[in-house]
Design a binder for this molecule. Sequence first.
Ligand SMILES: [Zn+2]
Length: 244
Amino acid sequence: MSGTIRESFVNFCKRQQAGLLLVGEIQKQEQKDQEALLDAQEKRFERKYNLFYENLDLIMRHKDEIIATPRYANIDAHYLLEGGGCYVGRLATSRQINIAGTLITFNLKLGTLLKIWETGQFRIACRCGDTAVIRRFVGTPLSGGSVASAICPKCKAEIHVKNRSFGKYHFFAAGKLNEDIEMVVKNLIAKWTIAETEQQKKVAEGNWRDPKIASDLAGDGEICNLETLLQELWQKELEEAIKA
Ligand SMILES: [Zn+2]
C-alpha cells in the first residue's frame, strides 16, 4: 500500500484559506471589531452629552453637593468639554496609559468640570440673567486668540464668546486632567497601603498559607453614572417639592 494520504481538493482549499487568513485577516478582524466598539461608544457619549446639557439647570442647582460628594464628583465628564487649537491639537480630557500591558483610562471628572466652570474664563452672563458656561473652544497659542461656545443652563441659549485667552482655556483645562490623574493614582497608592497592612496582619497571625496583597485590595464599590445622578437629583427635588 502506498503511504501517500490523499487530501480532497475541497479540504486542500480550506487548509490554504485558513493559512492565508493567519496574519492580515486576523488583524483586520480585530480592527473591525475595535471600530464597531468605537462607533457604539461615540453614539453612547452623544446621548449622554445631550442628556447632560438638557439637564444642566438641575446639575447647576446641585453643583456644591456634587463637588462635595465623591460618588458624584468622580463621574466621568471627559465628553462634556471640547477644545483644541493649532499646534497643540485637541484638548485631552481623557488619557489612556499602558501600565505593564494593562490599559488604564483616566477621565476628567464631573466635580472638576464644575470647578472649571467656577472660573471667570469659563463663564459668561446670559441675557436671561443666568450664567452660561463654556463647553467648546478653539484657538491658537501663537496669537492667543480664540472662539468659544457657551450654553445657558436656564434658557439653553448658545452664546458665542470671542477673543478670550486661548491658553487660559486650553492649558488650564489640560492641567485639571493632570490633577484628576494624580488624585486617582494617590487614591490607588493609599488603597494598596491599606491592603499591605491587612496582609501583614494575616502573616503575623500565621494562619495564612500564601497571603497576597492583591486579594485585600478594595475599591470604592459601585460606580455612579450620569443617569443615576440625574435620577437621584430628580427624586430629591420631587421630595422637597412635596414637603414644601
Ligand atoms: Zn439664559
